[in-house]
Design a protein around this ligand. Structure first.
Ligand code: FES
Length: 146
């Protein structure tokens, strides 16, 4: 008998549910406006992001790349075929995606033996094309993504 006093009546539940939905809907609308604020914040931060990225886009330094060879930085291999002739390529072998690495004046794929010149061109397969170029620039002593 005391349970009837504590348990909400069927009418109370039915009238409270739509009110709860309205309150939750209003809260969701408030979040939407916050979302648009976030979008403008993200757009506003783009110039500063690109400014911050300029220092993080440094792949390596010119002195770190041996003449007649290359150096791997993450998923990029930076080469220097002759003094001052820098280039960069994805390390991803176009055959099946293994990572190529400098070896004896070439770029060698350890998986199936494809070989590439320091300019990224295919020397021999099984790959059927050269490495994918990565645009880089020399800025002072830094080599940066272009
Ligand atoms: Fe490079 Fe096969 S993945 S030769």
């Amino acid at each position: 008998m005391t349970e009837n006093r504590i348990t909400p009546s069927r009418r109370t539940v039915l009238t409270a549910a739509p009110l709860a939905a309205v309150v939750l809907g209003a809260a969701a609308c408030g979040n939407d406006s916050g979302g648009s604020d976030n979008a403008s914040t993200a757009a506003d931060s783009s110039p500063s992001d690109s400014a911050a990225n300029s220092s993080s886009d440094v792949l390596t330094t010119t002195s770190a790349v041996p003449v007649g060879s290359g150096v791997v930085v993450d998923d990029v291999v930076v080469t220097q075929a002759s003094a001052g002739d820098f280039a960069a390529f994805s390390t991803k072998c176009p055959h099946q995606g293994c990572a190529v690495a400098p070896k004896e004046g070439k770029l060698d794929c350890p998986c199936h033996g494809s070989e590439f010149d320091l300019d990224g061109s295919l020397v021999h397969g099984p790959a059927t094309k050269g490495l994918t170029p990565v645009d880089v620039q020399v800025r002072g002593t830094d080599i940066v993504r272009a």
